[in-house]
Design a protein. Structure first.
Ligand SMILES: *Cc1c(COP(=O)(O)O)cnc(C)c1O
Length: 436
């Protein structure tokens, strides 16, 4: 068989449609029945099924308390409030993540200082956290990016040294283990999304998890007023029972809670299949130039959970500088979907730099700060370039050996024949030079 790349007119290496093996979420009759039961009972706004979901979720994670939320963003806001974050306070979050890791802090009058990320884990860089700590810092919000557990030992040590809370954003990492421990249970509080694209699905919902009773009570007080009677015992909260302190309503629709329960019940088994499939994909690419697995070392006790939005690492210097965009274009031409990049760096977005959201007469980011803590281009070099150093890979939910082998073969073929693209690029630029 010829190794000529499909992008240059060769034969595609992928003959199979790999879409079906990546389909998600998996919805069965059990899910449908659970949802129908809520509809027929008319208890969408109740809390009985939500409490069952919370109990089972807490058991799964191994924490004392869970609290269902209408979405992950709300769970994060609630976790921030629970930790006492308020006007003028600062959180430290990675710049390269989804916006909801950090932006909810604005609603509390607080702000965010971003830390850089690591090129191999894509998580917050512990070496970069301490220089961003100020007297106003209250919490660190690490993200287990694309399922890869953040370096929690070092993050917890930094937090302990400075008296900070740690809020884990577990939205990518349901079931990921960090050195044998469940993510979301290592920091003071964990918050996660269970929207339909995530690896643990409850349609649109979020979950907060903690073993700290006080933090849980604060979260209840903030946006779950119907539950004040059962939950609020702390003297600082008791006088305010009855109205939500946040002026928000964070209750989860029980159609979602019911789905959350059936999905959670099947999750360990589905997670095991995802892990088997994704690890197989990367095992097939071991030693391939230019590309690296985004997964922890095998003997580390850490895992990728459900491999949410699975990524690969790109090392252009091993392929004579071939750009990731062309690389991905060539893999797609072989019949395997892949796109360059990851979340864009938040510290460069106008909402973090210019936008006066609440009418303070200055950008919200610095509305309650004693200094201009905005971070200009060049300030977080890895977060700014990491989009050129990674790409999406097929997120296999099913162990389909043929689909996995063909997808891996597409990446390998392009990586091992990258010189064809380089000479093509050189020919193109030579032609342009001649014309000019
Ligand atoms: C999805 C996501 C959220 C927000 O969750 P929603 O349920 O969409 O509100 C927060 N953080 C990260 C990292 C996410 O990927």
């Amino acid at each position: 068989m010829s190794d000529k790349l499909a992008l240059l007119g060769g034969t595609k290496i992928v003959s199979k449609d790999i879409g079906p093996a990546c389909k998600w979420p998996t919805i069965t009759q059990e899910d449908e029945q659970a949802v129908l039961d809520v509809l027929r009972a008319g208890t969408m706004s109740g809390i009985d099924i939500t409490k069952e979901w919370e109990k089972e979720f807490a058991q799964y994670l191994g924490v004392d308390y869970c609290l269902g939320h209408c979405n992950g963003t709300a769970a994060l806001l609630s976790a921030m409030f629970a930790c006492g974050i308020g006007v003028g306070d600062e959180i430290i979050a990675p710049s390269m993540t989804y916006w909801a890791t950090a932006l909810p802090c604005f609603q509390l009058g607080a702000t965010v200082v971003f830390a850089d990320v690591e090129v191999d884990t894509l998580g917050i860089d512990p070496d970069d956290i301490e220089r961003h700590i100020s007297p106003r810092t209250k919490a660190i919000v690490p993200v287990h990016y694309a399922g890869y557990p953040a370096d929690m030992d070092r993050i917890m040590a930094i937090a302990a040294r400075h008296g900070l809370k740690v809020i884990e954003d577990v939205s990518h990492a349901h079931g990921s283990l960090y050195k044998g421990r469940m993510t979301g249970t290592i920091g003071h509080v964990g918050a996660m999304s269970c929207m339909s694209g995530k690896s643990l699905v409850a349609s649109e919902a979020g979950m907060l998890a903690t073993s700290d009773r006080f933090l849980w009570e604060r979260a209840v007080a903030f946006g779950h007023y119907l539950r004040h009677g059962e939950a609020i015992t702390d003297p600082s909260l008791v006088p305010f029972k009855g109205y939500p302190m946040g002026g928000v309503k964070h209750r989860v629709n029980q159609i979602a809670s019911a789905l959350g329960r059936t999905q959670l019940r099947r999750y360990p088994q589905r997670l095991a299949e995802i892990q088997r499939a994704m690890n197989r994909f990367w095992d097939l690419l071991e030693g391939c130039p230019g590309i690296r697995a985004h997964r922890p070392p095998k003997d580390s006790g850490s895992t990728m959970g459900g491999w949410y939005a699975a990524k690969g690492l790109y090392r252009a210097e091993e392929l004579d500088g071939l750009g990731v965009d062309t690389f991905c274009e060539a893999v797609r031409a072989e019949g395997c979907p892949t796109y360059p990049g990851c979340n864009p760096p938040m510290h460069l977005h106008p909402v973090l730099n210019d936008c006066d959201i609440y009418g303070h007469g200055k950008p919200t980011r610095i509305a309650n700060s004693d200094r201009d803590l905005r971070q200009p281009p060049g300030s977080l070099p890895v977060a700014e370039k990491i989009g050129k150093m990674c790409y999406s890979i097929p997120w296999f939910k099913q162990y389909d050996e043929e689909a996995i082998e063909q997808a891996a073969a597409a990446f390998r073929k392009v990586a091992e024949n990258a010189d064809q693209l380089l000479s093509e690029a050189r020919v193109r630029s030579d032609c342009q030079a001649t014309r000019a």
